[in-house]
Design a binder for this molecule. Structure first.
Ligand code: PLP
Ligand code: SF4
Length: 333
């Protein structure tokens, strides 16, 4: 039997025509939407659509999901693999980039397709570890005692069902040097039904210290359903953090960013990272200039307690950590 979240996933909106109709948008946007949809398909769960204001082409959530003609523009300096992840891919499905932690890319897809996604051109089909690959990746982790933390990523790792997730966690628990489990997922925000009782139980029972990193970019994304779905996880001892991407036309003003932090905290989530956009081809229209971003971040610090200020970071291929945008000269990588 399918879980409600799996049904919601199957019922996601995947046709530009339907999206435009449901949100009562001007039909003139359809052509651009269809074209961009061919580059990277539209996908959005219906529940998430409720947070979008009808008829408003500038809605900050709509901008994150609606394919538009600007995605067709080739911009210098924007590439298909901005993180050069192919180079740090020892085995398919495993990224070992930073000291002490590895990232497993477990599923090829997400519950939503974000237009600015740095993985919009990622060769997922070549990078699908499969069952054997996963076993090999677990051996890799077991063989390196410097690895303390395993990050489940994707795509979206919570697309795995609870049973599979439980199996994987059981395997990780057998490796003595692994003490932390981190899950990077946008599903708690865009499809809160995903936080099932079983998931809560699995995360409560494990001896691993567990962190869930959500991905929310705008305060409108966090409503009472999201807050209520997350509260059992907090009770289960899961640490909640959020990463956001600085996106032009979505959250690149200090008031919105401050509201996002405040709203996250009401849901028990601490802001962790505010990422500068990865320079991926087709998303240049979301980018904010480095100096403007730094200034925004400085203004944000004036409005919020330190624990509500996310770190402004940029991903640099070869760097030993996410690079703090304010300390960029310090890192050479
Ligand atoms: C972002 C990222 C991490 C996690 O970095 P933290 O600073 O620990 O949050 C780990 N591995 C890869 C490959 C990453 O891109
Ligand atoms: S949830 Fe993350 S990985 Fe998935 S499409 Fe959005 S930005 Fe990309």
């Amino acid at each position: 039997m399918k879980m409600p979240w799996q049904s919601a996933l199957i019922n996601a909106v995947t046709h530009p025509e339907e999206l435009i109709e449901l949100l009562e948008l001007d039909k003139k946007h359809l052509d651009g939407a269809k074209k961009a949809h061919e580059l990277f398909p539209l996908k959005v769960p219906r529940g998430f659509l409720k947070k979008i204001k009808k008829g408003d082409i500038n809605d900050p959530i709509l901008r994150q999901i609606l394919p538009i003609s600007a995605e067709d523009i080739i911009t210098k300096g924007y590439t298909k693999d901005p993180l050069q992840e192919k180079a740090i891919n020892p085995n398919p499905g495993l990224l070992h980039k930073y000291h002490g932690r590895v990232l497993l890319t477990l599923t090829p897809s997400c519950s939503i397709n974000c237009r600015y996604c740095f993985r919009r051109h990622f060769p997922y089909s070549e990078n699908n570890p499969g069952k054997q690959g996963l076993a090999k990746n677990l051996q890799y982790i077991a063989a390196d005692e410097s690895i303390k933390e395993v990050i489940l990523s994707g795509g979206d790792p919570l697309l795995m069902n609870d049973e599979k997730l439980h199996e994987l966690i059981t395997e990780l628990e057998k490796i003595p040097h692994i003490t932390r489990l981190r899950i990077h997922s946008r599903m708690p925000i865009v499809l809160p039904e995903r936080i099932t009782d079983d998931l809560v139980n699995i995360l409560q029972r494990t001896d691993l210290k567990t962190i869930l990193v959500t991905h929310s970019n705008h305060p409108n994304e966090i409503d009472t359903t999201v807050v209520n779905s997350l509260s059992p996880l907090i009770a289960a001892g899961v640490t909640l953090l959020n990463q956001a991407v600085l996106l032009k036309g979505v959250n690149n003003d200090v008031k919105t960013l401050a509201q996002l932090s405040e709203k996250l905290f009401t849901a028990g989530i601490l802001p962790y990272y505010l990422h500068l956009l990865d320079k991926v081809q087709g998303a240049a229209h979301f980018d904010t200039e480095r100096d403007i971003a730094k200034e925004l971040h400085f203004e944000l610090k004036k409005l919020l307690p330190g624990f509500l200020v996310p770190r402004l970071v940029v991903e640099k291929p070869g760097a030993p950590a996410k690079t703090d945008a304010n300390l960029e000269d310090f890192y050479t990588g």
